[in-house]
Ligand binder design. Sequence first.
Ligand SMILES: [Zn+2]
Length: 264
Amino acid sequence: MGLFRSHPHSFDHLIASWRTLAEIHDWTFDNLAGLHEEALFRVLIPGIDQANPERTCGYASASIHGDECAPAWGLLRWAEKNATALSESSGGYCLFPCLNPHGFQNNERRDETGRDRNRAFGDNETYWFPIWENEVTRYQFSTTACLHEDFDAQGCYVYELTRSDQRGDELLAAVSAAIPRDLRTIIDESVFLDGQMVEHRGATDDELREQVNERLDAGYPEAIWLYLEHQADSITFETPSEWDIEKRVEAHRLFLEHLFSSND
Ligand SMILES: [Zn+2]
């Protein structure tokens, strides 16, 4: 079932599905940027408390790495299955269905300029970052989810940046109904325990900035940007790209469902 089986990298099918869903539920669905590969689609689910300026809303984005397609379909499936509850949440949601249209359509990690967009947050020379930043600055986020996949992964894992309680263990337990956690102790050169990155726990904001400067050549990933600049609890979720796509899509749905279960 699902368009992701027949058209896993069809940006048009993905966007058409979101447009239909948004129309049915009276959600706001806009393209904030240009045409085709320069599109930047954003879905706004207003929530019932939209008049309250203090409201906080949930944030999720998918497929900033275009060769990671299950996150985009998982985000869609989560919204479809929970549409009524999402509409009745107090703070609402700001969602970016696909942050790299060119990469998604062409099954490539990078965008049309050859850039890894997940190392370009804060770069006002790109066409998309200032538009994205201008949009997200309008909201106060409680929790943010960045959805990814990894070709080397042997299960699911999380990077968690939080000023409140850690939730990675509980979230990985919830998604294990679809895919179990990755038990490797070193993932992408970082130290992990039971599917959770542990080496940056307790790091100060300045230490995180230092790490970005030293290890990532000052190219900010979305999750770190959201944590530092938007004061959000930020969780990055990764599924193994080599697994069955149905299970990967389902894992992303389960992740979002549990992550935002308290966002009412
Ligand atoms: Zn990725």
